[in-house]
Design a protein around this ligand. Structure first.
Ligand code: ATP
Ligand code: FE2
Length: 326
């Protein structure tokens, strides 16, 4: 079984080619980076439209495969930006119809979890899913991946990107904030907003910008942002693990690449006799391989979709998917 996964929920358009044992034969991508300001959905969609076919060709070449070898088309059905989702869905439908192979729409958040579970070897983790647009604490319970906690406003990556943009960094700003933070050491006061299992970050963004205008150095503000925001995420992850009695924590999403976040979560896990798992960097960020692999899991469990059922879902919830494969 050779599955082609097409990812395109936001900035990244990615193509993955994966087989039934989760061998990743190709994982090609391109990232839309606006010259200035935030992401413009239609411009990102145009970028995806221009890049999707060349990326498919590149992926097939990298895997030394041919269109005739493809058995399944999987694509990111949501959640994400409408124009981007519609662009990749159209590409997926065209491919499915012209090759005469099945098509499956995949929940992007579930795909982050499944590629992490498969490639790190953890069994039944709490997933801390931290990306630009999403921040969720997820675990499997009663046939679905349930969201135990989440951000009430912006995603953690969005916090880092918006702050970074204000101080003149280019997208994606997370890695540059991480670098600046490594030379900071003065922990400045920022709002710590944890409400039960939920978190909020927009107040922290405003406060961080105010600290900067009143003279604080970039390194110290970046350091304080990371320490405060990551402590909040570590706290809610620990609470979820304790409540639902899980001894594994899996990181996913682009911010999972951050070494300071990894060290905080790993310390928390170690202290409670649990274990942390982090997928390879290129599988943390948005990628086609995770979509291709989740497509295989769905297909193997008997799920099939007609073309009308592949309509995109901008607000596709993690807990809106029947996880028939577990
Ligand atoms: P989603 O649709 O899941 O919200 P996304 O478009 O945010 O996806 P991802 O590729 O999962 O995409 O994550 C990108 C985010 O990860 C960006 O906000 C980026 O700044 C952040 N990021 C990447 N590397 C790091 C890092 N080392 N430290 C902190 N943040 C990082
Ligand atoms: Fe993502």
């Amino acid at each position: 079984m050779l599955s082609i996964g097409i990812e395109g929920t936001a900035h990244t358009v990615g193509i993955g080619l994966v087989d039934e044992s989760c061998n990743i034969l190709a994982n090609e991508f391109a990232i839309y980076s606006p010259a200035k300001g935030g992401i413009h959905p239609r411009e990102a969609a145009n970028f995806h439209a221009e890049n999707v076919v060349p990326l498919i060709r590149r992926a097939l070449e990298a895997a030394s495969a041919d269109f005739r070898d493809v058995d399944l088309i999987a694509f990111s059905q949501g959640p994400g930006l409408g124009p981007c989702l519609r662009t990749v869905a159209t590409a997926a439908r065209a491919l499915s119809l012209s090759l005469g192979v099945p098509i499956l729409g995949v929940n992007h958040c579930v795909a982050h979890l499944e590629i992490g579970r498969k490639t790190t070897g953890c069994r039944d983790p709490v997933l801390l899913y931290v990306s630009g647009g999403n921040t969720q604490v997820i675990a499997f319970s009663n046939k679905r991946y349930r969201v135990f906690g989440e951000t009430l406003d912006i995603g953690i990556g969005n916090l880092l990107d918006k702050f970074g943009r204000e101080i003149g960094l280019t997208f994606p700003c997370g890695p540059k904030v991480e670098e600046l933070a490594s030379s900071g050491n003065d922990l400045l006061d920022l709002p710590y907003s944890v409400m039960g299992m939920d978190v909020a970050f927009s107040g922290m963004l405003t406060a961080a910008l105010q600290l900067r205008s009143s003279g604080a150095g970039d390194s110290d503000v970046c350091y304080s942002l990371q320490e405060t925001a990551f402590s909040m995420l570590t706290e809610v992850s620990e609470r979820a693990m304790a409540h639902i009695d899980k001894d594994e924590i899996l990181l996913g999403g682009g911010v999972a690449r951050n070494k300071r976040l990894q060290s905080m979560v790993s310390k928390m896990a170690g202290d409670r006799g649990a274990e942390m798992f982090v997928p390879a960097g290129e599988l943390c960020v948005d990628n086609g391989a995770m979509i291709a692999w989740t497509g295989i899991l769905m297909h193997d469990s008997g799920i099939r979709m007609s073309i009308p059922e592949t309509i995109v879902k901008q607000r596709f919830r993690t807990d809106g998917v029947d996880v028939d494969w577990l």
